[in-house]
Design a protein around this ligand. Structure first.
Ligand SMILES: Cc1cc2nc3c(=O)[nH]c(=O)nc-3n(C[C@H](O)[C@H](O)[C@H](O)COP(=O)(O)OP(=O)(O)OC[C@H]3O[C@@H](n4cnc5c(N)ncnc54)[C@H](O)[C@@H]3O)c2cc1C
Length: 561
């Protein structure tokens, strides 16, 4: 019999009152009117919009109150939860089934008994032990007080220059919003790309957008020391000298808040997250953990992962509450589906990236397409770049990354749904998606990605990808540029490429040499595919360049061409 049906008076303590914790509290109450539910939150606010913080700092969200998804009063009235803010749970005493709570304002310490606990303490920004990191104008961003501190500093000091350490999605959202506040922004990043969730060539498109908007990116560059000089912070780096800035933001990732769990003897996974089973139960059957602090299963690889995103935290909060209240609900795993706005671009990903597939030794194939967001004859159509990763065995979709100006969000959501449903690239070909000229094309970008991937699987196209370009042999391989002359004039071409525009190729096949292997390329990959089909059917060896010149431009420095 379920507890919610029997009306058992469970005492549930929830530790952490934002995405996972507040959801868990509301769900638990909806399931059990009799339960005693206490929610502890270290900070002043519950259920606030951390995801909106960069936009509040930038002034896009004008009022601070808009960040408060609900007020404590409304939450109490609706759900009858005993909410205790400024209350940090400092210890879980599993033998006594009690927690120790410290009022962070008064210092008062007391104990509270429990039947069950849902841990939702989130993740804290990493602040590496770099000398000078605690200087006053070096900020991190996690909660409303952090955003108050940053916004307040900007209001008072009107910084002209900002240096952001790290190039993850919070860093890039902040770059945009600091530009809005009048700062000249410099990003330094230890890796050789921005947005590590993406693969290099897709990240290159994002970097180009940042630079177009005046943001400088210094990649492969590590901060080694911070020092105060007048009103500036001087950031010393390993290879770019000393970089002065009026304000510094440290956004180099987050670390699960696992201290309470660790000290209580709960199992911690290899990622540092609290280990849970699919019901979100920790190694103690009466304690659950959710959100950024919990280690969950990657839906594609099965590997343990931490997914620091609001959607999974909310879902897990609901599932943990179900189970804490006697229902049986399961979290099957996460795809890490995410999207960020980087100036005019939307940058999205789902499933596994190529670099992670390589790390796990999972075989894959890659399809690149650059379809238009909607019918190109209808105003406002924009090209997006789609990278689709799929299994060479059966075409099962493993991951996708999409970068573009319009229509990115709905396409990534279709792929995320397809991965969850275990679909293949052949299913993407068949998906019947809504079409009218302002919204899509009769062949939606998702269908096109499916066609391109199915062509690869069926052997209709043999391709080389950008990072195989350096392996081409000058004596054996001929780069064949099939774009029109105008494009070459404005965009340039690859060194050593032979130029035959696609419309002329059939007539000029006699100029080609059957002992060579041709690598046709165009802007996006469609004309080179057509050229490839023509070449192979006339007895030539050919490999089409996946992703075309559009992708190549972003990676040419890396591959030295
Ligand atoms: C600036 C920013 C932008 C973001 N943008 C996005 C986005 O666009 N999309 C997206 O999906 N995700 C985004 N995220 C991530 C998302 O906010 C988190 O994944 C999500 O909030 C995690 O939920 P959580 O409940 O696990 O932790 P949190 O929401 O962080 O809540 C944890 C709470 O627990 C409290 N706490 C910790 N320990 C204790 C204790 N011992 N006692 C009492 N209270 C405690 C903390 O004070 C904190 O308020 C963003 C995050 C930030 C910081």
């Amino acid at each position: 019999m379920k507890e919610e049906e029997t009306g058992v008076e469970t005492k549930l303590l929830i530790i952490g009152g934002v995405a996972g914790g507040a959801t868990a509290a509301a769900r638990a109450r909806r399931l059990n009117e009799q339960a005693r539910i206490v929610l502890f939150e270290r900070g002043e606010h519950i259920s606030f919009a951390n995801c909106g913080l960069p936009y509040y700092i930038g002034g896009v969200i004008p009022k601070r109150e808009q960040l408060l998804v609900t007020t404590i009063r409304d939450f109490v009235e609706r759900y009858d939860i005993d909410i205790r803010v400024f209350s940090e749970v400092t210890r879980i005493d599993r033998s006594m089934k009690e927690v120790e709570v410290r009022n962070v304002r008064s210092g008062e310490v007391y104990r509270e008994s429990y039947d069950r606990i849902i841990l939702a303490p989130g993740a804290e920004p990493i602040r590496p032990p770099i000398p000078g990191i605690d200087l006053p104008n070096i900020f991190s961003l996690r909660n409303i007080p952090d955003s108050d501190a940053i916004a307040g500093y900007i209001d008072v000091h009107k910084p002209r220059s900002a240096l952001i350490v790290g190039a993850g999605f919070i860093s890039l959202e902040m770059a945009e919003n600091l530009v809005k506040r009048g700062c000249k922004v410099l990003i330094i990043e230890m890796l050789d790309q921005v947005m590590n969730v993406l693969d290099y060539e897709m990240a290159a498109i994002v970097q180009a957008e940042l630079e177009k908007k005046g943001v400088t990116c210094r990649l492969g560059c590590t901060a080694t020391k911070f020092a105060k000089k007048g009103n500036h912070i001087v950031v010393s780096t390993d290879n770019a000298g000393d970089l002065p800035a009026d304000i510094v933001l440290m956004t180099v990732g987050v670390r699960p808040e696992n201290r309470l769990a660790k000290e209580a003897g709960l199992e911690i996974g290899q990622t540092g997250g609290i280990r849970v089973d699919p019901s979100m139960r920790t190694s103690d059957p009466d304690i659950f953990a959710v959100g950024d602090a919990a280690e969950v299963k990657d839906l594609v690889t099965g590997a343990p992962v931490i997914v620091a995103l609001a959607g999974p935290a909310n879902k897990q909060g609901r599932i943990a509450a179900d189970n804490a209240m006697g229902r049986s609900s399961v979290f099957k795993g996460s795809l890490g589906t995410s999207i960020a706005k980087v100036f005019d671009l939307s940058v999205a990903s789902t499933g596994v990236s190529e670099k992670r597939l390589l790390r796990y030794g999972i075989p894959y194939l890659t399809g690149y397409t650059h379809p238009a967001s909607h019918a190109s004859y209808y105003p406002g159509s924009e090209v997006m770049s789609i990278k689709l990763l799929f299994s060479p065995k059966d075409g099962k979709i493993l991951g996708a990354q999409i970068v573009g100006l319009a229509g990115v969000d709905k396409r990534i959501d279709v792929v995320a749904t397809a991965i969850k449903a275990g679909m293949t690239v052949y299913d993407l070909e068949e998906l019947e998606l809504a079409y009218a000229p302002p919204y899509s094309s009769a062949k939606d970008p998702i269908n096109i990605a499916g066609y391109a991937a199915a062509n690869i699987l069926k052997g209709d196209v043999e391709q080389i990808v950008w990072n195989e370009l350096p392996d081409l042999c000058d004596k054996e391989d001929v780069l064949l540029d099939v774009r029109n002359a105008g494009e070459l004039k404005t965009e340039g071409t690859m060194p050593g490429a032979v130029h035959i525009p696609l419309p002329q190729l059939r007539k000029r096949l006699t100029e080609l040499d059957k002992s060579k292997r041709y690598v046709p390329f165009c802007a996006a990959g469609l004309r080179s595919y057509i050229g490839h089909r023509m070449l192979v059917q006339h007895g030539f060896r050919s490999k089409s360049l996946a992703g075309g010149y559009r992708l190549f431009k972003g990676v040419r420095k890396k591959i030295g061409r």
